[in-house]
Design a protein around this ligand. Structure first.
Ligand code: AMP
Length: 229
């Protein structure tokens, strides 16, 4: 197996999975379920940015005001971060992207990176959810700052109000889950990310899945689709 950072192509069946779907479609929740079965890293660019913000890194300082407005972080910053991440040894057997790629430039650069690293075409899972349902889900979303588990005030409340079921930490609402910011994020998705649906459909790797179903049923459907059930 080539060392970390090597550009040598790898002859393996490792696969990149991509969750494509608007904010609130359940990508994060489902990506976390799939990696438990696949034993590959869950690469959420949103989480990576939030981690950089929490650590006040130079990248975090650049990303913070952009994220707070609900806009997309520029491609050069995002791509540099992703490129570095997928060169790590734990990514050699594949990974699940959640929230990346989000622009055509990101998708094209990713195709090149995957080719260089010896991966085949990615498998793309598009979770489809109507707009008003997304606004409701996002504005009700609560996250555990300790373990990252995701709840929803309406559809998936914690057992004890405001506390994480797993570790009891106080749940928080992300600043960008406030309704006016949510609408901006959905607009960014419609304008910049939805063209990727066509891009991947043309490559024959797109799977459209009804994201309105119960989260467990959705996980089962996804596992069947990727041949793990
Ligand atoms: P998420 O947690 O995926 O909803 O992402 C939260 C925010 O992080 C987005 O609204 C963007 O500001 C930023 N972000 C995450 N992923 C990307 C990406 N692939 N390209 C640009 N910005 C991103």
């Amino acid at each position: 197996m080539p060392s970390a950072g090597s550009n040598a192509p790898q002859a393996h069946s490792a696969r990149a999975l991509i969750f494509l779907g608007p904010p609130g479609s359940g990508k994060g929740t489902q990506a976390k379920e799939l990696v438990k079965v696949l034993h590959v890293p869950h690469l959420s660019t949103g989480d990576m940015f939030r981690d950089n913000i929490a650590r006040a890194t130079p990248l975090g300082l650049r990303a913070r005001p952009i994220m707070e407005r609900g806009e997309l972080v520029p491609d050069d910053i995002t791509l540099g971060m992703v490129e570095e991440r997928i060169a790590q040894p734990d990514c050699a057997n594949g990974f699940v992207f959640d929230g990346f790629p989000r622009t055509s430039a990101q998708a094209e650069r990713l195709a090149e990176l995957l080719r260089r690293r010896g991966f085949g075409l990615p498998l793309v899972l598009h979770l489809v959810v109507p707009r008003e349902e997304l606004v409701r889900r996002l504005s009700g979303r609560l996250t555990c700052p300790k373990c990252g588990d995701i709840y929803n005030r309406f559809d998936h409340p914690p057992k004890v109000e405001g506390k994480c079921d797993r570790d009891g930490a106080g749940l928080v609402q992300r600043a960008d889950d406030q309704e006016d910011v949510v609408r901006g994020r959905l607009l960014a998705f419609e304008q910049q990310t939805s063209p990727l649906v066509e891009y991947y459909r043309r490559q024959g790797v797109l799977h459209e899945i009804d994201g309105r179903q119960d989260r467990r049923a959705l996980t089962q459907q996804l596992l069947e689709l990727i041949g793990r059930k």
